[in-house]
Design a protein around this ligand. Structure first.
Ligand code: COA
Length: 174
């Protein structure tokens, strides 16, 4: 990633830029079309990448249940792609989801190498039936979701197994 790009929480002033960036890829089915109202309602769920004053990347998390969220609205401006920014945004979404206390974060995407290299594993979209239902509210084309892959990352660290204590060398009193 180039040094002049910073990633951080979105503000209300970023809404129009986020909508424009996200929707740029919607005609190709890479992102879902989002309205200004949809984004404005979810500003605290967004992180953006900025170069100077300009938004060149965005990502959000969208809650499904107290334990499950989806990574959505991942988009990087064409001129900023291919330099690691997408991965940094995925990690920002993972950090936010973890801080909010979700156990699992999933994504539906064509960008398989990106998600697999950022700790996600491939899973079946029918594990998340509400995703299909929500998707159909936004897009009537079930075809485009069927072509995509579904990825998931667990956010809860596996409990550490306690280290075995070395046997004490001290003699016990008889
Ligand atoms: C996906 C996207 C965010 C990646 O941004 P980026 O800054 O280029 O990401 P990075 O530089 O960190 O990583 C790029 C990797 O993603 C992969 N990738 C990007 N788009 C891909 C796609 N449609 N299909 C498969 N892989 C894809 C690239 O091949 C690359 O892998 P490599 O490093 O092995 O070559 C960007 O390409 C984009 O905005 N695409 C259009 C919108 C989109 O597809 N969003 C995802 C919705 S979940």
């Amino acid at each position: 990633m180039t040094d002049d790009i910073t990633i951080g929480p979105a503000t209300e002033d970023d809404v129009d830029a986020i909508v424009a960036l996200n929707n740029m890829y919607a005609p190709d089915g890479l992102t879902l079309m989002r309205t200004r109202a949809w984004v404005a309602d979810r500003v605290p769920n967004y992180n953006v990448a900025r170069r100077g004053g300009r938004v060149v990347g965005c990502v959000a998390i969208d809650e499904y249940s107290p334990s499950l969220a989806e990574l959505v609205s991942l988009a990087v401006a064409p001129e900023a792609q291919g330099r690691g920014l997408g991965g940094q945004l995925v990690e920002a979404a993972v950090d936010l989801a973890r801080r909010r206390g979700y156990d699992e974060l999933f994504a539906v995407s064509l960008a398989d190498t990106l998600f697999l290299s950022w700790g996600f594993h491939e899973t079946r979209v029918d594990r998340f039936p509400e995703k299909r239902w929500r998707y159909l509210q936004v897009s009537r084309s079930e075809l485009s979701i069927a072509k995509k892959f579904c990825f998931s990352r667990e956010l809860v660290e596996a409990p550490r197994t306690p280290k075995r204590r070395k046997p004490s060398r001290r003699k016990r009193p008889a």
